[in-house]
Design a protein around this ligand. Structure first.
Ligand code: ZN
Ligand code: ZN
Length: 259
C-alpha cells in the first residue's frame, strides 16, 4: 500500500510568527518561514489519520479541507499537541460517531485531567468531541487503528512520555529529547523519517538541528524532514547547511511512503 504524509504544521509550540516578536524570521515574507503548530495528516488506503490536534487544528482543517477523520493518534499531551482536540467535535456533530483515538496510558490519564469534560457521559453528549480511546499497552509494539497497521515506540521529553508512530517505511518522531537505544530497532528499515528539531541552540526539551541530523544518520533513513521548528531558524539558510537527504519540513509539504 502507498501512503502520504501531509505536514499540517511544522512549528514549535509558539508557532511562527511568534506573537509580539519582530525578529527577522517572524518578520520574514517567505512562506516557508510561517509555521503552524506541528501536526501531520496520514492517508493510507482511503483512511485519514491525524497525528496530534494542536491549537491550529481548525485552521489546518479548513486550509486542507479535512472533511473527515478516521482516527486521531496522540504523541503526548503538551498544549501544542492537544489544544485543538475539541475542534474534532465538528465530526461528531455531523456523524454522531466517536473518533477512535490511539494514545499511551500516560497520555490518556493526562488528557482526562486536562479535559475532564470530554470524558463525562452525558445524555446529551453532542456539545463536545467524542472519542473511542484505544490505549497502548506497552512502550513498543504494533497495533491497528481504523484497520491500518501501525507500529509505535516511546521516548521522552521533560519527564513526559512521548509516543512515535511508524507506518511501513515512514516514521514520525516529534518532541524527542531522551531515548533508549531500543528506538533504533523500532526504526530499523525506516526510509522516510520525520524528526523534531527546535533550533541550533541546546534545548532541555528538543533535539538541536545537529542532534536531529546525528539521530537521522543513525536511523539510516534515505530522506529525513525536520519539524517542530522555532523562530531561530530561517528555512532556506538552514537547509543550505544540511546534507541533501535532510531537509526542513514546511507547512503544506506532502511526502509519500510505502506500508
Ligand atoms: Zn511540542
Ligand atoms: Zn521571532
Amino acid at each position: 500500500m502507498d501512503g502520504t504524509c501531509l505536514f499540517l504544521g511544522t512549528g514549535a509550540s509558539s508557532g511562527i510568527p511568534v506573537i509580539g516578536c519582530h525578529c527577522p524570521i517572524c518578520s520574514s515574507r517567505a512562506v516557508h518561514n510561517r509555521r503552524l503548530r506541528s501536526s501531520v495528516l496520514i492517508r493510507i488506503n482511503q483512511k485519514v489519520l491525524l497525528i496530534d490536534s494542536g491549537p491550529d487544528f481548525r485552521q489546518q482543517a479548513l486550509i486542507h479541507k479535512i472533511d473527515r477523520l478516521d482516527a486521531l493518534l496522540l504523541t503526548h499531551t503538551h498544549y501544542d499537541h492537544i489544544a485543538g482536540i475539541d475542534e474534532l467535535r465538528a465530526y461528531y456533530f455531523r456523524d454522531k460517531w466517536p473518533v477512535p483515538c490511539l494514545l499511551s496510558q500516560e497520555s490518556f490519564q493526562e488528557l482526562e485531567s486536562r479535559y475532564d469534560y470530554l470524558f463525562e457521559r452525558r445524555e446529551d453528549s453532542t456539545k463536545t468531541a467524542q472519542f473511542k480511546f484505544q490505549i497502548l499497552e506497552n512502550d513498543f509494539g504494533s497495533t491497528a487503528i481504523a484497520d491500518i497497521p501501525v507500529d509505535y515506540f516511546s521516548y521522552s521529553q521533560c519527564n513526559m512520555k512521548v509516543t512515535g508512530f511508524r507506518f511501513g517505511n515512514f516514521a514520525y518522531v516529534t518532541d524527542i529529547r531522551e531515548y533508549g537505544h531500543e528506538i533504533f530497532a523500532a526504526l530499523s528499515g525506516v526510509q522516510k523519517l520525520v524528526v523534531g528539531a527546535i533550533s541550533k541552540a541546546k534545548s532541555h526539551a528538543h533535539f538541536t538541528v545537529d542532534e536531529a541530523v546525528e539521530f537521522a544518520l543513525k536511523v539510516g533513513a534515505h530522506h529525513t524532514w525536520l519539524t517542530h521548528i522555532a523562530h531561530h531558524l530561517d528555512h532556506d539558510a538552514t537547509e543550505q547547511l544540511l546534507p541533501p537527504e535532510i531537509r526542513l519540513g514546511y507547512d503544506g509539504l506532502e511526502i509519500e511512503f510505502r506500508i
